[in-house]
Write a protein that binds this ligand. Structure first.
Ligand code: HEC
Ligand code: HEC
Length: 423
């Protein structure tokens, strides 16, 4: 206030009498002094303790006991090839990278992805997905390797079949595969292993049980190699982390004010309050479904997870006991209707558009939605009680966006971002 008054006064003085050089110098140092007090006094001790709870991101994702090759470098190399190999799809045109592009923060530019057919949800980033307890917006996979299997056969994604993929591995990847996982079944025996098929297809269902398990094992191993690669797609040490570590210059004053809104008036930390910028939970925040089919989110996700023959308690898991105990606690409940997973906000500036529908093109539009406390009631279930209007000022909204932009971390090593030479 005082600065503005001096500035106006000085302009008036300048207009009538000319403003002295000393006055300008004095104004300058006064402004600097004001800014330093503003910065160091921006956070109370208890607020700063909350901020410290948001950083750093641990440098390694938690272990993945259900996948014995999760941290095997040869498996990761194989997984990188699988990730970029479009032959892993119904008509050899779609790979994981089609929708999780390294040039777009490992997410999709499109609102809902176009794979074998148009899907109904937005593709989240794969960066740091190895830290997630649940995969997908509805958490229907409880491991990264099982997640990949949904994509490989999903009608919206790659839409091929596990028999097709086993033959592909046999034809092009046999030596690399066997070095990591041991011998493939005898896929040359066409009477036992037809070229194409998955559960529901007579070609697959009519195989002996032992052969079906053998093919399922190859299929699960493809997912396990992909997971080993994804575990290397880590992005940390964002400007925000450097700021928390003590580098005052790492982020702007606007971003610091945005951080204050994030932990305070905006109540964002209620759900995004960890170093991953997400809780491990699902909420209904009332995202409008608009033209999309009704989506009941987590409710169906729990049903699908419990029914998934590749879940962490299945015979394809390398550590079943703990997983079985955890899954026993899950059941689809009514309040799960319309709940979706809280996504990470790390690298969020790279991954527009937003929300599970992908209908929010910018971070500003997301904040606008949050500020209004929801816009329509065209969504399944009931929205969480915590979703209420926030009454943010224009400045606070802009500051929040500026803060979210400081969460972009360092990219993974360059050799992980490119399509490797495929055999
Ligand atoms: C056609 C586009 C498409 C392809 C191809 C595709 N995905 Fe996805 N991916 C998506 C969409 C859309 C979602 C969210 C779907 C949902 O939640 O139901 C998703 C979700 C994920 C997630 C969960 C992330 C999270 O935070 O929940 C991971 C990990 C992932 N995909 C990895 C892969 C891998 C690995 C492959 C290849 C085997 C792959 N995807 C192929 C579109 C695609
Ligand atoms: C009640 C828990 C909750 C609170 C509070 C909350 N969020 Fe979220 N946030 C979510 C959930 C859940 C989603 C995913 C919703 C969906 O797509 O259905 C989400 C999605 C987002 C996204 C989109 C990310 C993406 O990749 O699509 C951004 C950005 C975001 N939140 C920022 C914020 C900010 C900023 C605040 C505070 C103003 C905030 N959130 C408050 C739970 C919450």
């Amino acid at each position: 206030m005082r600065l503005i008054a001096i500035w106006i006064l000085c302009n008036l003085v300048l207009f009538f009498f000319g403003c002295g050089e000393e006055d300008l110098v004095e104004m300058q140092s006064e402004r600097e002094a004001e800014q330093t007090t503003e910065m160091s006094g921006l956070f109370s001790d208890s607020e700063w303790a909350v901020v410290q709870g948001l950083s750093p991101l641990p440098n390694k994702p938690p272990p993945s006991p259900t996948n014995r090759v999760a941290d095997n470098p040869d498996a990761a190399q194989l997984g990188q090839m699988f990730f970029f190999d479009a032959r892993f799809s119904k008509d050899s045109t779609i790979s994981c990278a089609t929708c999780h592009s390294p040039f777009h923060g490992f997410a999709d530019v499109e609102a809902t992805s176009l794979g074998n057919r148009r899907g109904t949800r937005n593709a989240p980033t794969v960066l740091n997905a190895a830290y997630n307890e649940w995969q997908f917006w509805d958490g229907r996979a409880d491991t990264l390797w099982a997640q990949a299997l949904f994509a490989l056969e999903g009608e919206d994604e790659q839409a091929g079949t596990r028999l097709q993929y086993a033959h592909l591995v046999h034809r092009h990847y046999q030596a690399d595969y066997e070095a990591v996982f041991g011998p493939l079944p005898n896929l040359e025996d066409a009477a036992r292993f037809p070229p194409d098929g998955k559960p529901g297809d007579p070609t697959f269902d009519d195989m002996s049980e032992a052969d079906r398990i053998a093919i399922n094992t190859v299929f699960a191993n493809i997912g396990k190699a992909v997971e080993a690669y994804e575990r290397l797609l880590i992005s940390r040490n964002a400007p925000f982390d450097r700021y928390v570590a003590g580098d005052e210059e790492a982020i702007t004053l606007e971003a610091k004010r945005g951080l204050k809104v994030f932990i305070g008036k905006g109540v964002c930390v209620l759900c995004h309050g960890t170093p991953h910028f997400r809780d491990n939970d699902f909420h209904n925040i009332g995202i409008p479904q608009d033209g999309l089919p009704e989506d009941i989110g987590r409710f169906q996700g729990v049903e699908k997870l419990l029914a998934d023959p590749f879940n962490s308690a299945s015979i394809y898991s390398d550590s079943r006991a703990d997983a079985a105990q955890m899954l026993r606690l899950l059941e689809p409940r009514l309040e799960h209707q319309g709940e979706f997973k809280t996504p990470t906000l790390r690298n969020v500036a790279l991954t527009a558009p937003y929300f599970h529908t992908g209908e929010f093109p910018t971070l500003a539009s997301v904040i606008e939605f949050n500020n209004a406390g929801g816009t329509t009631n065209e969504f399944a279930g009931r929205s969480a009680v915590r979703v209420e209007p926030l009454h943010l000022t224009e400045q606070e909204k802009q500051d929040l966006v500026e803060f979210l932009e400081t969460l972009t971390g360092e990219p993974p090593p360059a050799h992980l971002l490119i399509k490797p030479k495929l055999p």
